[in-house]
Design a protein around this ligand. Structure first.
Ligand SMILES: [Zn+2]
Length: 258
């Protein structure tokens, strides 16, 4: 399974930077998990192939690229873009984004080949198939309804926490998975912003350490994602001081193979 966290910002030379403002993972160049920077950073092959997008939740940094992605592809789509998420996330998208005021309601529009945007709902706990991948959704603990996932192909399984604070169900799923190559965990704020992390239901390095104490696995690697760009260096430094084996920040733009 090839997984890439697409970049969302550029350094002062114009090259992709490690700052992560937006979240979009592309798996095997065909399926996206979240769509934060999908329109802005997808490679030509990804733009050509990605028609299935699974959303963890409806926060802007996870969906910003979705309306633009459908817009870019509108005239050329031969099959619709399919968005998978919970009913509540899809309701939010239709009410607050695709409402004709913020952006066109693409779910009501067609091109010469038919619909351009369709939705598939899942409930937390459901397993569903997207292309060659099996997703198992797990409710996590964010300010709005949010799901994390176990994602498997026929070779590997990875876990993605989504945006979250303390959680138990996710760790039960991680601990019980037959085989697991990687766990991608959020850590949005440095320890100094503990109060903000608590209010917005995110993790800090210290709280991440308490979370990882719930994990009984020793056979997989742990990667940290969703580091707020203004605090990236501090978070990385604080994560380093935790001295947790097999824990490192996920490199933005790098293609991981599991
Ligand atoms: Zn969020």
């Amino acid at each position: 399974m090839k997984v890439q966290l697409l970049p969302s910002t550029f350094n002062n030379c114009g090259a992709a930077s490690s700052s992560q403002h937006l979240t979009c993972f592309v798996i095997d160049d065909t399926v996206a998990v979240d769509a934060g920077s999908l329109a802005m950073a997808a490679s030509p092959i990804q733009q050509q192939q990605v028609r299935d997008i699974v959303l963890t939740h409806a926060h802007l940094d996870h969906i910003a690229g979705l309306p633009l992605f459908v817009d870019d592809l509108f005239p050329t789509l031969s099959s619709p873009v399919t968005v998978y998420s919970t009913e509540s996330v899809i309701e939010t998208l239709e009410r607050d984004v695709f409402n004709w005021s913020v952006y066109p309601r693409f779910s009501e529009l067609t091109n010469d080949n038919g619909p351009v945007l369709v939705y598939r709902t899942y409930r937390p706990g459901d397993a569903f198939t997207v292309k060659h991948l099996t997703f198992r959704s797990i409710e996590v603990n964010h300010r709005v309804p949010t799901t994390g996932f176990l994602i498997s192909d026929d070779q590997a399984t990875i876990a993605i926490s989504g945006d979250t604070a303390e959680m138990d169900e996710f760790w039960d799923a991680v601990n019980q998975a037959e085989e697991l190559s990687a766990v991608l965990l959020e850590c949005a704020f440095p320890d100094e912003l503990e109060e903000l992390a608590r209010l917005s239901h995110h993790l800090t390095p210290t709280r991440l350490k308490s979370e990882m104490a719930k994990c009984t696995r020793t056979d997989c690697r742990f990667y940290v994602v969703n580091l707020k760009p203004m605090h990236r260096e501090t978070i990385v430094e604080q994560l380093g001081k935790l001295n947790i084996k097999n824990l490192e920040p996920l490199e933005v733009g790098k293609i991981y193979e599991w």
